[in-house]
Design a protein around this ligand. Structure first.
Ligand code: SF4
Length: 308
C-alpha cells in the first residue's frame, strides 16, 4: 500500500485537512495542507472549513485547534505526542502558584494544557510574545509560564520584571555550549540563530533569536549565508526546501546522537502509518468540555487579535 496515496484518498473522501508543525518528520510535512509554527497553525486551525482536522503535532496544539474550531473533528495520530514543557506545568500546581500573586496578569506560552490556558489572561507564542508583553500596561505585574528560558529572554528584551514559572523544554535545553563553541571555531563564518526556548548561554552566542517562523525568514533574507541552527532539527527540512543554497548546520546536543542535533521525541511519535490509521478510524479524537473550551478560548483570542 502506498501510504501517501491512501492518505490523500481518505482526505478527499472524508473532507479532511492535515495541519503539520515544522518539527514533524519530512514525509509528514510533504503531505500536509499547511505547515507552520504554533501561531500559524492556530490561525490556520481557526479558518478550517473541512469536517476533519488531522493535527500532525503535539497534544496542546491539537487541543488549541479544537478550542478555536469546536465544530470540527480534531484528530491527533498518537495521543502520546505530549510536550515536556506543557508537562512541566501541571494545572493544580499552577493554580496554587498564581494564587500567591493575586494582582498579576497571567501570560502563558501556548505550550501548555487547556486547563492552564483557562487560568490565563493572555496566551502568546514565540512569534508574538514581545508584542503581548508590551500590550500590558507598564505598571502591571506579570506572571509568565511555563517556559523560564523564554521568560528570561522576554524580561531582557522588554525590560519588564516578571514572575517566572520554573518550566522548560528538554529539547531546547539539550544544546551543548561547549560543542557549539567548537563548531563555531570550525565554521567562523557561520551565524548562530536560536529559538528563545534555548538557555541563556546559547542565546548569548546567537546573532538572531526568534520563533521557528522567524528563523526561517531570517535565513530566507540572506540565503547565501552559513547558519548554525539552535532549535528542533525538523525545521531544517523546510529551510533546505526554501533556501537550498544556504549551508545549515544543526546546533549540537549534549548527548551523542546520530545526527548531532536535537529532535523532539514527542513530535516524532507521529508517523505516516499512524496518520493513515487515525484518518481511517477517525481516532484518537481530541475532546474537551465546553466549559473548559470557552475559558481557554478567551486568552487565545486576545493573542490572535494582537497578531493580525
Ligand atoms: S520541542 Fe520542546 S516545547 Fe516543542 S513540543 Fe517538543 S518538548 Fe514541547
Amino acid at each position: 500500500m502506498n501510504l501517501k496515496e491512501e492518505i490523500d484518498r481518505l482526505k478527499k473522501e472524508k473532507n479532511a485537512v492535515i495541519l503539520a508543525h515544522y518539527y514533524q518528520e519530512a514525509e509528514i510535512q510533504e503531505i500536509a495542507d499547511y505547515v507552520g509554527d504554533s501561531l500559524g497553525l492556530s490561525q490556520q486551525a481557526e479558518k478550517v472549513e473541512a469536517d476533519i482536522i488531522v493535527f500532525a503535532g503535539v497534544h496542546f496544539m491539537a487541543e488549541t485547534a479544537k478550542i478555536l474550531n469546536p465544530s470540527k473533528k480534531v484528530l491527533l495520530p498518537d495521543l502520546n505526542a505530549g510536550c515536556s514543557l506543557a508537562d512541566s506545568c501541571p494545572p493544580e500546581a499552577f493554580r496554587q502558584f498564581i494564587e500567591q500573586y493575586p494582582d498579576h496578569t497571567v501570560v502563558t506560552y501556548i505550550n501548555c494544557s487547556a486547563a492552564v490556558k483557562a487560568m490565563t489572561d493572555i496566551v502568546c507564542t514565540s512569534s508574538n510574545a514581545v508584542k503581548v508583553i508590551e500590550s500590558i500596561p507598564k505598571d502591571q505585574s506579570i506572571i509568565f509560564a511555563p517556559d523560564k528560558n523564554l521568560g528570561k529572554y522576554l524580561c531582557h528584551v522588554t525590560g519588564r520584571e516578571m514572575v517566572l514559572w520554573d518550566g522548560s523544554c528538554i529539547v531546547h535545553e539539550a544544546f551543548s555550549i561547549d560543542k557549539l563553541l567548537v563548531l563555531l571555531k570550525e565554521h567562523p563564518d557561520a551565524k548562530i540563530i536560536a529559538h528563545p526556548e534555548s538557555e541563556e548561554h546559547i542565546l548569548k552566542t546567537a546573532s538572531y533569536i526568534g520563533s521557528t517562523a522567524g528563523m526561517l525568514n531570517c535565513v530566507k533574507q540572506n540565503p547565501e549565508q552559513k547558519y548554525i541552527v539552535a532549535t528542533e532539527a525538523g525545521i531544517l527540512y523546510e529551510m533546505r526546501k526554501e533556501v537550498p543554497d544556504a549551508v545549515l548546520i544543526p546546533a549540537p546536543a549534549k548527548e551523542d546522537n546520530t545526527c548531532a542535533c536535537s529532535e523532539c521525541a514527542y513530535m516524532k511519535v507521529n508517523t505516516l502509518q499512524k496518520l493513515y490509521d487515525c484518518l481511517l478510524h477517525e481516532a484518537p479524537e481530541i475532546k474537551l468540555s465546553e466549559e473548559l473550551r470557552q475559558q481557554a478560548l478567551i486568552p487565545i483570542n486576545r493573542m490572535l487579535k494582537l497578531s493580525i
